[in-house]
Design a protein around this ligand. Structure first.
Ligand SMILES: Nc1ncnc2c1ncn2[C@@H]1O[C@H](COP(=O)(O)OP(=O)(O)O)[C@@H](O)[C@H]1O
Ligand SMILES: [Mg+2]
Length: 321
């Protein structure tokens, strides 16, 4: 399989007064061109730190890379100078976040902010950059884009602001879009619209998408492949079809049972007892053992590694298979 991005044994740690937080602790996966990979896991699993590591947006200190590699089109991003990394961020990999308001500057109009991005990274005149901005606003489904160019961030709804952020991300024609819980802050109908938009843009542009979410339902809608993270590691990965049909890890099964059904008012049918351990106090053995209905002595003592159970379908569990 051709790989545009490949993480190998990535470790991203933070020094804190309470000890070392192993926020990402030996994560590996890859993504092919023109693919959508979902990353799921409860809050605190290491999803955002994984994404920020790829972008090299980990504040150092207190964060640091304790090991591993992030190959982007064959080059290890962890070895690049900041200058080169800025070019990658501006032209090849773009990221959108959960809360679009905090990523927009309140003192500039939305159009101006997109235009600035274009002017920094591309040899466009002011007029060309403005035209391109309006085209991007249209592309992300903003009606009357020439007028909306002059809108202030606070004048727009959350969904519209997320569309503006997506337009900004697309302004560099990235080969990879990282979307970190892009719809979590939005209400349900708007969520669906934004997800549809991302799916359409992915299909139209051929970019790859790394979609981070705590919601397996979102993965089912949008992704071909999925990575399940728990306590800073990958516990299962495979095609969405295989994982829905035959989840191998008890944690994955727990997450699948907690997908809200349509019409259930997003009420959780099932929750996994307990919570994700702190990245500072990771339990020995399998990290999920303290919450796992199947755990026995070995699970509490020996850490399972990812093992392949069917082509392209791996799990890290002593009880799988
Ligand atoms: N700046 C930081 N300092 C210390 N610990 C951090 C920092 N950022 C994240 N962490 C820890 O890393 C772990 C993973 O966080 P994160 O990647 O944000 O999880 P997720 O996105 O899956 O909810 C958490 O336990 C969190 O407390
Ligand atoms: Mg997060």
């Amino acid at each position: 399989m051709e790989k545009i991005l490949e993480l190998k044994n990535l470790r991203t740690y933070y020094s804190t007064d309470a000890g070392t937080a192993k926020a990402v602790d030996g994560v590996g996966f890859s993504i092919a061109p023109n693919r959508t990979l979902g990353v799921v896991g409860e809050s605190g699993s290491g999803k955002s730190v994984t994404a920020l590591s790829i972008m090299r947006l980990i504040p150092t200190p207190p964060g640091y890379f304790a090991g591993g590699e992030i190959f982007w089109k064959g080059r290890d991003l962890l070895q690049l100078q900041e200058e080169e990394m800025r070019r990658v961020r501006g032209n090849e990999i773009a990221m959108i976040f959960q809360e679009p308001m905090s990523s927009l500057n309140p003192v500039f109009t939305c159009g101006r902010q997109i235009m600035e991005q274009i002017l920094i990274h591309q040899p466009f005149s002011q007029t060309e950059a403005k035209d391109r901005t309006i085209e991007l606003l249209r592309l992300v489904g903003i009606a009357d884009p020439a007028r909306r160019f002059s809108a202030w961030p606070h004048e727009l709804s959350g969904g519209m602001r997320q569309r503006v952020m997506i337009a900004m991300a697309l302004s560099c024609s990235p080969s990879l879009l990282i979307a970190d819980e892009p719809t979590t802050a939005l209400d349900v109908t708007v969520q669906a619209q934004i997800l549809d938009l991302i799916a359409r843009l992915q299909a139209d542009t051929g970019m790859s998408v790394l979609l981070i979410t705590h919601d397996f339902g979102v993965v089912a809608e949008l992704c071909e492949e999925v990575l399940v993270m728990y306590a800073s590691r990958v516990v299962e990965k495979g095609s969405v079809r295989d994982i829905f049909a035959n989840p191998l890890h008890p944690y994955t099964r727990g997450l699948l049972k907690s997908i809200p059904r349509i019409g259930s008012k997003a009420e959780r049918l099932h929750v996994i007892e307990g919570s994700v351990p702190s990245a500072i106090h990771i339990p020995p053995g399998c990290r999920f053992a303290p919450r796992c209905p199947m755990a026995d002595g070995r699970c509490f003592n020996e850490q399972p590694e990812l093992v392949s159970y069917e082509p392209g379908h791996e799990a890290a569990c002593w009880k799988a298979g």
